[in-house]
Write a protein that binds this ligand. Structure first.
Ligand SMILES: [Fe+2]
Ligand SMILES: [Fe+2]
Length: 223
């Protein structure tokens, strides 16, 4: 069940905050493997096969900070939140989804809608209850286009969806989508994305990861 969104900004949790490189804590366990296998074709679009597993690893770290969160709901929602990209016109993704006022682009709404359609196809077949599927879709729907989170689980998915970009793999992929060089993209992460993070834990993880990525990619020099 979704947990009420705690008051305040940023949101503080009670568990330990791990700011080490994300590759040190991949998402272990095989309980989500049947879902991964069911959406392999949809993961081949827009780097989802990189974005989704890294974001899942961050989501699990955030759940460790918020033990009261519905862990399965957060994990499945982050796993499936962007699979709708697999069913929209690929040529339109970079042309419309990553330029101009991209948060309001029609294709953004379309990938959220299609993500809910796919979740509704895949999850019941694998034995997930209708109520759980509805909660997953409540998070997927509007994950890019809604300004505010409506539950703690929604907030953790939103933060995990941003955190992956701070890892060097995220910078490599996403800087290309926005047609920015890595140094400029790192500046944008600091100026625009960190202020959007909802939890203090995500801010700490993003800040530590960005410091490491900037050093690794020599962004102070190569700009
Ligand atoms: Fe998205
Ligand atoms: Fe995403």
């Amino acid at each position: 069940m979704p947990t009420a969104l705690p008051a305040g900004h940023p949101i503080y949790g009670s568990g330990p905050v791990d700011t080490s490189p994300i590759s040190l804590t991949p998402a272990l366990g095989d309980d989500l493997d049947p879902i991964w296998k069911a959406v392999v074709p949809e993961t081949r679009t827009r780097g989802n096969d990189i974005h989704l597993p890294i974001s899942l690893a961050y989501a699990q770290r955030l759940c460790d900070v918020f033990p009261e969160a519905d862990r399965l709901l957060v994990r499945v929602a982050i796993q499936l939140h962007d699979i709708g990209w697999g069913r929209v016109d690929e040529k339109r993704i970079l042309a419309e989804g990553f330029s101009g006022d991209w948060r309001k682009a029609a294709i953004r709404f379309e990938h959220e809608r299609q993500g809910c359609v796919i979740a509704g196809e895949v999850l019941p077949r694998l034995g997930y209850e209708a109520d759980f599927v509805r909660q997953v879709c409540d998070i997927i729907d509007g994950h890019d286009t809604r300004r505010e989170a409506h539950s703690l689980e929604d907030a953790l998915v939103r933060d995990a969806d941003r955190l992956w970009r701070f890892d060097h793999a995220g910078i490599a992929l996403a800087s290309g989508w926005f047609r920015m060089d890595p140094a400029v993209y790192c500046d944008r992460l600091a100026d625009e994305i960190i202020p959007e993070l909802l939890t203090a834990a995500a801010i700490a993880m993003a800040t530590a990861e960005l410091t490491r990525s900037r050093e690794l990619l020599k962004t102070a020099v190569i700009r």
